[in-house]
Write a new protein. Structure first.
Ligand code: NAI
Length: 398
């Protein structure tokens, strides 16, 4: 149960790159980070427009001397302070993540970076190596994954409550880019369909990396053996980036799965869903009803498990915040992710490997896995939507 008591000895001195006044995701970072007294926002290079960034930072309550025109100046100046920042969040478009993350690690800062972490596995592995060399944490903000009923799914699957996993049905779709209008008008949508800034994919990276990570969180033992991805650009100007994709997966244990990801699911306001079908029962979770989990045991009435109740697993209850009868949502999920990353950073500083070993949070490996997911999907799609063996860093070097 989280009740506001300190989880680490003092708040971490925290800076942000991006997430400025016009940014979509910046407030989610702040709402997550500032909840549990684990971070103090003391510096920022919040915006590509330096003046707007300074004005915004001051309005957030950051000292104007610590609102910097760019991340390079922030890392250099903060390093000269006795109490400069220790951790930085990166909430900028995808194409900037690699450079900013590497610069932050070189400056000795822990990093919390947006997804998709970078464009290639090679870059992601370089980040991991540098972080290890420097003894620093890299967390990745798969924000939805902080919904605690996902931990309930993990616990129930581990306890054999659904039997052997046979089918994995994943979906993250919406209709907000059903037409190309926003590609010209909306700054955040414009870069998402530009391969130089978005990377090798649109919806596979933008949406499905979340759901893919959540599936791994729920079923850590399930490894994809091969996949087939079929991707389309229904708004033609987006080509080669897809606005819709279907992926079929075969897992090493014989299970099969599918992922549907789309930004052209017109009219859809509610498109993130995870259904895991086992040999004796199924579990299903919808992002729009995050407090509930359906447990469907073959031959028995369907059960709805509800957040905050005492029959849930300890793994779930550890991050319970509001108690039963009240709804938690996305900002609680973000707070959980930020809290766990703070605990990881604190443990790293103290050399507490025991905590680090058991803490479940989206770490650098989760960041690498997201990049590999995109790479495998794109490799399949661009070779004519064929089955490809699922490549990971280990499988390539095996
Ligand atoms: P956006 O375009 O709305 O905002 C980007 C922000 O970064 C703006 O404030 C811009 O001024 C600033 N910026 C750009 N380049 C900068 C630089 N070099 N230095 C300092 N500031 C800079 O983009 P949005 O939608 O907020 O996405 C940002 C990142 O967050 C992307 O990687 C995206 O994939 C990810 N994202 C993640 C979500 C999640 O649920 N975890 C949700 C939405 C976006």
């Amino acid at each position: 149960m989280i009740n506001g008591e300190n989880k680490i000895s003092r708040p971490l001195r925290w800076g942000m790159v991006g997430g400025g006044r016009t940014g979509q995701v910046g407030y989610k970072h702040r709402t997550g980070a500032l909840r549990d007294k684990t971070y103090d926002l003391v510096a920022g290079a919040f915006d590509i427009d330096a003046e707007r960034g300074r004005d915004f930072g001051v309005n957030l309550g950051v000292d104007s001397n610590r609102c910097y025109p760019d991340f390079q100046t922030m890392f250099a100046e903060e390093a000269n302070l006795n109490e400069g920042i220790e951790v930085v969040s990166i909430a900028t478009p995808n194409g900037t993540h690699y450079e900013i993350t590497m610069a932050a690690l070189h400056a000795g800062l822990h990093v919390i970076c947006e997804k998709p972490l970078v464009f290639t596995t090679k870059e992601a592995v370089e980040i991991k190596q540098l972080a290890e060399e420097k003894g620093l944490i890299v967390g990745v903000t798969y924000g939805f994954s902080g919904n605690i009923m996902l931990l309930q799914m993990r616990a129930m699957i581990e306890q054999g409550k659904i039997g052997d996993i046979h089918l994995v049905d994943l979906q993250y779709t919406h209709g907000y880019a059903a037409t190309g209008d926003g590609d010209k008008k909306n700054a955040a949508q414009k870069w998402r369909v530009d391969p130089k800034i978005a990377g090798p994919s649109f919806v596979l990276g933008d949406l499905s990396t979340h759901t893919y990570y959540m599936s791994q969180l729920i079923m850590p033992e399930m490894k994809i053996k091969k996949l087939l991805c079929d991707r389309q650009s229904f708004v033609g100007s987006r080509y080669p980036l897809e606005d819709n994709a279907y992926v079929l997966m075969h897992y090493e244990n014989g299970a099969v799965g599918r992922m549907w990801t789309s930004a052209v699911d017109a009219g859809c306001m509610d498109g993130q869903r995870i259904r895991i079908v086992g040999s004796k029962a199924s579990l299903e979770w919808w992002d729009s009803k995050p407090n509930e989990l359906r447990y469907e045991l073959q031959g028995e009435p369907i059960q709805t498990l509800v957040r905050g109740t005492e029959y849930l697993d300890d793994l779930t209850s550890e991050y319970e915040r509001l108690g039963t009868l009240h709804q938690e949502g996305l900002s609680d999920a973000w707070a959980n992710i930020y809290l766990r990353i703070a605990i990881a950073i604190d443990a790293k500083k103290r050399g507490d490997e025991e905590i680090l070993d058991k803490l479940i949070y989206p770490d650098i490996d989760a960041g690498i896995a997201g990049v590999q997911w995109i790479e495998n999907c794109v490799r399949s799609a661009d070779n004519g939507s064929v089955w490809v063996e699922y490549e990971t860093e280990e499988s390539v070097h095996a």
